[in-house]
Ligand binder design. Structure first.
Ligand code: G4P
Length: 534
């Protein structure tokens, strides 16, 4: 291995690129902020939260547009901690929840699943978890808000196992809860970590530890009133065979659980240390024909997200590249694999917590934003080695649908162009009815807000006034296999359309209708996602 390869290897090994998945209000913003704060990327607490407050202050698109600069720069947040480079990919939630949230998971090497200790597994977490499972991503569970009285930890563990179908193995166990939450007992290292101070903290809590098993008299006395509960719980866990297995964690079959409070910082450091130890660095990635090694492979990357520029005077967009192998250098030339064209990676920004910086070099695991005049499509591979072609980013089932009505017939050309651009960015999916070349267009989006965005952008950028009539469908399934005519006996509840790559898609009003169709048409394969043709 030469010196350049050794540098790449060092850089790749220290990278941890992950996304935090959670239901709104579980504390994702707060945990992100704490990780960045302690990693030295933020000077004060409140910065990430202020952005979020801005983003949610209104659903008015104009206001949102003003905020878009912020959401671009917070698409990935990086900091260095204890020799590691941490890249946190933002998974927009709340009203911003969209297909981008899913796509971001295609660029992550693992995931932190944040759960509110009082609420357990909630709907948005479940949806995001399904995408993680599809990619077999390692998932680390952080049970948050333990400074409040939450549910029984064993109960939470069973809920994760039952609802998500993954083995949950507590790596640490909380010592007390609510105002009495004083520490965690680490089952792997056999040590109790106690905390003090750190109220609503921007400072590290005082933390000290006692090593030893629960037989140890000093430890027993330090655990005081919590001893009995911990002894019983740990015995139960050991008896049930809940044993940490790194291989299974890395295969996405087992999730290690940690307890803490992002608010008081209690438990954040024990979690972070274990996470950095067990989370995988960027590894070899499967491309169509070959496995690409992050160190030995040539430079390669793929586009996982495209965001329109927030400045209406500059129509360019930002394409987000996830680097998979080799070394990225500013202004380097590479090949856009789908078109075979040479591109120069100029005006590339590494998107840091608060400011944008021009990047000089980047490695596997890093995300780089490129100014894009409208050339890239989501899923495109970039590499001089044209045998590398990463799997396209799948299209995910929209959850809201609307029929498009255009008020002025003359604007059809602008309409088509606008829809083409916006669906290329992946904000909405465009469907048409397959029969008789009907011009009826149906839009689908993962989040309601995307429709507001679309209406506004069509009006300002393409001068087309689009009226949308909501349709009652709530999910789409891509059809594989022969479709019999009587698949439409539930016609009120289903509708057949085609997507922009010409694939057949069935829209359904409710999940039970999907089950019924599946039962009556066992040969029909209905897929929740479709890989884009690029
Ligand atoms: P999100 O990004 O997942 O939506 O959640 P966010 O961090 O914004 O947190 C949602 C609410 O939960 C906030 O309260 C936040 O202070 C609180 N929170 C987050 N982590 C913890 C924790 O570990 N313990 C406790 N007790 N609360 C936590 P809020 O009332 O919406 O806002 P604010 O009071 O912080 O302004």
């Amino acid at each position: 291995m030469n010196g350049a390869d050794r540098q790449i290897q060092r850089e790749v090994e220290r990278r941890r690129t992950f996304a935090i998945i959670s239901h709104p209000d579980a504390g994702k913003t707060m945990l992100t902020e704490k990780l960045l704060l302690f990693g030295g990327a933020l000077r004060e607490a409140g910065a990430v939260r202020a952005q979020k407050a801005n983003r949610h202050a209104t659903s008015d698109w104009l206001e949102l547009e003003k905020q878009r600069g912020i959401s671009v720069s917070s698409s990935v947040m990086s900091c260095d901690y204890d020799g590691h480079r941490i890249n946190i990919l933002d998974t927009p939630g709340h009203k911003d929840f969209s297909e981008d949230t899913y796509r971001t998971l295609m660029a992550a090497d693992c995931v932190v699943m944040l759960i509110d200790g009082a609420k357990g597994v909630e709907t948005q977490t479940r949806k995001l978890f399904e995408v993680c499972r599809m990619r077999r991503l390692p998932i680390f569970t952080f049970v948050n808000k333990w400074d409040r009285y939450g549910r029984d930890p064993l109960d939470l563990m069973s809920e994760i196992e039952e609802v998500l179908g993954i083995d949950a193995v507590p790596v640490n166990w909380p010592i007390g809860s609510g105002t009495d939450f004083t520490g965690v007992y680490d089952r792997l290292d056999r040590r109790a970590v106690f905390f003090k101070g750190g109220k609503h903290g921007t400072e590290k809590p005082e933390q000290w530890e006692l090593r030893g098993s629960l037989e140890d008299p000093e430890l027993r006395s330090a655990l005081g009133p919590h001893l009995e509960e911990i002894e019983e719980s740990l015995e139960l866990l050991d008896g049930a065979g809940a044993t940490f297995d790194l291989e299974r964690v890395r295969a996405g079959e087992q999730t290690p659980m940690f307890f803490g409070s992002a608010l008081t910082n209690f438990g954040v450091f024990p979690f972070l240390e274990s996470f950095l130890q067990f989370a995988p660095p960027p590894s070899a990635r499967q491309s169509k024909e070959v496995q690409v090694d992050p160190v030995k492979g040539p430079f390669s990357a793929f586009v996982f997200k495209i965001q329109a520029n927030m400045d209406p005077d500059h129509r360019d967009r930002v394409a987000f590249l996830r680097i998979c192998s080799g070394k990225f250098e500013r202004d380097m030339k590479t090949t856009h694999v789908p078109s075979g064209k040479q591109v120069r990676l100029a005006r590339s920004t590494l998107l840091m917590a608060q400011e944008r910086e021009e990047v000089d070099e980047a490695f596997a695991g890093d995300v780089v934003g490129l100014f894009d005049p409208g050339f890239f499509r989501i899923g495109d591979t970039l590499s001089d080695d044209r045998s590398i072609r990463y799997d396209g980013i799948p299209s995910f089932s929209p959850e809201v649908f609307a029929r498009v009505e255009v008020t002025e017939v003359l604007n059809r050309k602008a309409l088509t162009k606008g829809f083409e651009q916006l669906s290329q960015e992946g904000a909405v999916q465009l469907f048409t009815e397959p029969v008789g070349g009907s011009a009826l267009q149906i839009l689908g989006a993962v989040g309601e807000l995307q429709f507001d965005v679309l209406r506004h952008r069509m009006a300002t950028e393409y001068r087309v006034d689009v009226r949308l009539t909501r349709l009652p469908y709530t999910l789409a399934r891509w059809v594989e296999g022969a479709l019999e005519a009587d698949a439409f006996e539930y016609s009120d509840a289903t509708r057949l359309v085609i997507d922009r790559d010409g694939r057949l898609v069935l829209l359904f009003q409710a999940p039970w209708v999907v089950d019924l169709v599946r039962k009556n048409h066992p040969d029909l394969r209905l897929s929740e996602t479709a890989v884009s043709v690029s």
